[in-house]
Design a protein around this ligand. Structure first.
Ligand code: GLU
Length: 441
């Protein structure tokens, strides 16, 4: 850790992600001298390759804009690089390194043969027109196409990248590469190679996992009050499944504040989340304007100020800090499952664990998204489309096996489960063993 801190002092999220994993695996690592001898940790924390490139495009006023694009090919020990693209104004190489590192372990947990990768740009989609989004995606692909492919590196969506962006990038990829294989990106439209349920998969998988966490602790998700942060693709899928399971979603939030929904989110409101996202306005207040009296907007507040049983961060890294955790605990929250990648600060996780709040980390909880991307790759490679029941059944099985892996590696002496430790050790063992078997490369 001290070597990394010296080498990468300006990459706090990357250091945070690595520290969490190293702390979890310390005991297991020391029991395996062959890992130490092969310097597995030193190799595993370093991305195999990072591509940085310039993205130049023209906005609607005819002005030329320049952004930076990246692809971090983190680890290919268990399969082709796989992971999303994030378009957000705060994107830095350090942020993508943290996400690529997390992705490597998450993908290992899915049981599917996928390595870890992540990419994106500091492009800010907020307020951009559809034409601007398209021109940016095309300019981005003008560089990225050289290093991706269905058997080498398969990008997908993440914050700021959904079905529309994947469409524009796939169109440009085909034009540049003269490759008409549909499997080079995942999260595609349903008529051109996309998998049924991929848009819902991160949220659905997260709720399948959360339900198992809750039931393992002898409680019931039915009737729970759930606070969600964000209103994007992930929060949308989570809201649908939580409602189907008989829970009540009482809050959604955005960068502008929180919308409290005392009677629980309705199907109409869930549908409206899609309109809010497509508007590129990034304001949750739209919900209160559309549903006056039913959704109550408070500016500047987070979802964690709303009284709930279960907190599900669905937006961005470090969106839930120690103060938020303490507020939730004081309000009676007894479960927090991270749906965003590294959604909680380490001090918040510690506060939850000390208070006996059930806590599970993003790399386990949100793995259903990338797992369903893996299922999309399988369908593309065999030129078939599965039914919704088939995909949902497989997603459910994968989430169950991730939960089992967490229980196997994370059960404490008193019988409770440390999901952070369980997920990190399970992912680490798989990647470390594969690296060991493939020699010093
Ligand atoms: N961005 C998502 C994640 O963090 C999905 C990646 C994918 O489908 O490849 O796992």
């Amino acid at each position: 850790m001290s070597t990394l801190e010296r080498k990468y002092p300006y990459e706090p999220e990357y250091l945070q992600a690595v520290r969490e994993v190293l702390e979890s695996i310390e005991d297991v690592y020391n029991e395996h001298p062959e890992f130490e001898k092969a310097k597995i940790v030193e190799r595993m924390v370093e991305p195999e390759r990072i591509l940085t490139f310039r993205v130049t495009w023209t906005d609607d006023r005819g002005e030329i804009q320049t952004n930076t694009g990246y692809r971090v090919q983190f680890n290919s020990a268990i399969g082709p690089y796989k992971g999303g693209l994030r378009f957000h104004k705060a994107v830095t190489p350090g942020m993508l390194k943290f996400l690529g590192f997390e992705q490597t372990f998450k993908n290992a947990l899915t049981t599917l043969p996928m390595g870890g990768g992540k990419g994106g740009s500091d492009f800010d989609p907020k307020g951009k027109s559809d034409g601007e989004i398209m021109r940016f995606c095309q300019a981005f692909m003008l560089e990225l196409w050289r290093i991706i492919g269905p058997d080498t590196d398969v990008p997908a969506g993440d914050v700021g990248v959904g079905g529309r962006e994947i469409g524009y990038m796939t169109g440009m990829y085909k034009k540049l590469a003269h490759e008409y294989n549909t499997g080079v990106l995942t999260g595609k439209g349903m008529t051109w190679g996309g998998s049924i349920l991929r848009p819902e998969a991160t949220g659905f998988g997260a709720l399948y996992f959360t339900k198992q966490v809750i039931e393992t602790a002898q409680r019931d998700i039915k009737g729970c009050r759930i606070a969600l942060s964000g209103f994007g693709n992930v929060a949308w899928g989570a809201a649908i499944k939580a409602t189907q399971m008989g829970a009540k979603v009482v809050a959604v939030s955005g960068p502008d504040g929180v919308c409290e929904i005392p009677d629980g989110i309705t199907d109409e409101m869930i549908k409206y989340m899609l309109v809010m996202r497509a508007s590129n306005r990034d304001q949750v207040s739209m919900m209160a304007d559309q549903f006056p009296g039913k959704a109550i907007f408070t500016p500047g507040k987070k979802a964690w100020s709303v009284k709930c049983d279960v907190a599900l961060p669905c937006a961005f890294q470090n969106e839930l800090d120690e103060n938020d955790a303490r507020e939730l605990i004081a309000n009676g929250t007894w479960c927090c499952c991270e749906v965003s990648n590294m959604g909680c600060r380490p001090e918040a996780i510690r506060a939850f664990q000390e208070a006996g709040v059930l806590f599970a980390p993003g790399k386990a909880v949100n793995a259903g998204g990338v797992a369903t991307s893996g299922l999309e790759m399988t369908q593309n490679a065999s030129h078939i489309s599965w039914t919704g029941e088939e995909v949902d059944g497989r997603l459910h099985k994968i989430m169950t096996s991730i939960h089992e892996a967490c229980v196997r590696y994370g059960t404490r002496e008193d019988g409770t489960i440390d999901y952070v430790k369980g997920a990190n050790i399970a992912g680490f063992m798989k990647v470390a063993t594969a690296m060991l078997e493939q020699g010093v490369i």
